[in-house]
Design a protein around this ligand. Sequence first.
Ligand SMILES: CC(=O)SCCNC(=O)CCNC(=O)[C@H](O)C(C)(C)COP(=O)(O)OP(=O)(O)OC[C@H]1O[C@@H](n2cnc3c(N)ncnc32)[C@H](O)[C@@H]1OP(=O)(O)O
Ligand SMILES: O=C(O)CCC(=O)C(=O)O
Length: 383
Amino acid sequence: MSIVIDDTTLRDGEQSAGVAFTAEEKIAIARALASLGVPELEIGIPSMGDEEREVMRAIAALRLPSRLLAWCRLCDMDLAAARSSGVDMVDLSLPVSDLMLQHKLGRDRDWALREVSRLVGEARMAGFEVCLGCEDASRADIDFIVRVAGAAQAAGARRLRFADTVGVMEPFAMYERFRFLRSRLDLELEVHAHDDFGLATANTLAAVRGGASHINTTVNGLGERAGNAALEECVLALKHLHGLDCGIDTRAIPSVSALVEQASGRQVAWQKSVVGAGVFTHEAGIHVDGLLKYRRNYEGLNPDELGRSHRLVLGKHSGAHMVRTSYQALGIELDDWQSQALLGRIRAFSTRTKRSPQAAELEEFYRQLCEQRMPELSVGGMA
Ligand SMILES: CC(=O)SCCNC(=O)CCNC(=O)[C@H](O)C(C)(C)COP(=O)(O)OP(=O)(O)OC[C@H]1O[C@@H](n2cnc3c(N)ncnc32)[C@H](O)[C@@H]1OP(=O)(O)O
Ligand SMILES: O=C(O)CCC(=O)C(=O)O
């Protein structure tokens, strides 16, 4: 079984407050995602205006091997705008919770069902493949979602997107919702998760376990508020934890992450899973000793898969093995006493400076230690 990634870095990712890609950046990101092997890209919102549509058309003109989607509200104006955006598929979005139907649109369920039938039908007549986007699905009556899906399918939709718009799902509930939908519906099912409680990737995996065929992701987890399910996390977690290959060139993930980091102006956290600068960096003595003996001792994810490698550093939590190994790399063989003495200096240095010592600093510690030890040695020698 393969899971289809529908990446929305260029739509929900760009909705992250303060993020605004230039046309060149959008095109570069689309190209990078396509060469990564991402089969579907949600590239923008046609109703935003001419400029947005022009960029969407420019991406379409690249003839990338990925299917392109446009995000539209379920309304005539957005569908009309999509016609000149160059995409093959539209996500027609409808809030499906009573809360949003009433308090955002001032409408009811009957109106929603009528509009689904009408606008999905029109979109199909216009030649689009259709995904019915169920906004706020997590707070909606699941039986109503089934009715909406039925209306959408009867009008020609091929897919239903279940959006956890405000990020309030947890994996067990997500699994149950998708299992239920899967048992009732014969449509492609897509999950769109937000990370408000840090569960977007977990919820995406749970949806897949429950029957989702498509997942909506963003590079670096960019997106509204706390962001969306991160592409890189979903790809690697699905592969290693669920045995599902999404057909992505994982070695190219770091460069795409860097591209989106730069274009979005949102720095990737040092400890961000998969793509953070520090996620293969080890300092703790027991871990480093274990890695040096056999790397799988402390390796959940093999950095080779991302074209990265383990990095061992010295610091407050180092042990003697790493001290000796680091000095060996400088051509200095330490005895046990020297290793311990230098470890004390390294700990003090790291606590004071909040960083690992560089080679020149290690050499200086060693020089100081030798100077300090000289008198002792000569005293010892006389004795
Ligand atoms: C959960 C999500 O991520 S949804 C995607 C949200 N993305 C964005 O909003 C980013 C881009 N948005 C925009 O450029 C603008 O908001 C536009 C062009 C879409 C609309 O702009 P405006 O017409 O000026 O309206 P504004 O944004 O202030 O208000 C939204 C309108 O859309 C309506 N609306 C919201 N969702 C839907 C929907 N799914 N279907 C139909 N109408 C909707 C609202 O009720 C409101 O209509 P009203 O003016 O009749 O009250
Ligand atoms: O309806 C959709 O397509 C999903 C929209 C969205 O981004 C969300 O609900 O978070």
